[in-house]
Design a protein around this ligand. Structure first.
Ligand code: SF4
Length: 150
């Protein structure tokens, strides 16, 4: 298991709640996903990320594609991977939870997002200006939707 990293913000040291998954742990965990056709995990996600799709991409080593799938639904994918109450949302709805352990969706999401942000990869680029501005207040993870539709 990897060491739990810490983050320094405004002089205070904050610890991550859970350690990041190693490459091998992420591939092993993603391979447990049943790729459910009706994906109750996706329905339970407030931003409706296509969870089996991004997990499948992790299992095939396509972390860039996985992050793209996450960000297409939720521009705050990296933050949500850390702060969402996944036990009550996606992981709480995982069909494997009733008899086995639910898929560690939050940690897999963080794995994909850390891959692109750690390498400073820009997945989306600003489009040509149309001369309009928008302000979004209190939109949470749905912020990305609002921006794309503006
Ligand atoms: S419910 Fe669980 S097993 Fe099914 S697609 Fe979602 S994460 Fe995979």
């Amino acid at each position: 298991m990897s060491e739990i990293p810490s983050l320094t913000v405004a002089g205070s040291t904050l610890q991550e709640l859970l350690p990041p998954l190693s490459e091998q742990e992420a591939v092993t965990e993603s391979a447990r996903c049943l790729m459910c056709f009706d994906a109750p995990c996706t329905h339970a996600c407030p931003t409706h990320i296509d969870i089996p799709k991004f997990i499948k991409k992790i299992s095939t080593g396509n972390l860039l594609g996985s992050a793209r799938t996450i960000l297409e639904s939720n521009l705050l994918g990296a933050t949500c991977a850390r702060v969402c109450p996944v036990q009550e949302l996606c992981e709480g709805a995982c069909v494997l939870g009733s008899e086995h352990k639910p898929i560690a969706i939050g940690r897999l999401q963080r794995h994909a997002m850390d891959y692109v942000y750690g390498r400073k990869i820009d997945i989306f680029h600003a489009g040509k200006s149309i001369g309009k501005k928008v302000a979004v207040v209190g939109a949470g993870g749905r912020f990305g939707d609002a921006v794309r539709k503006a």
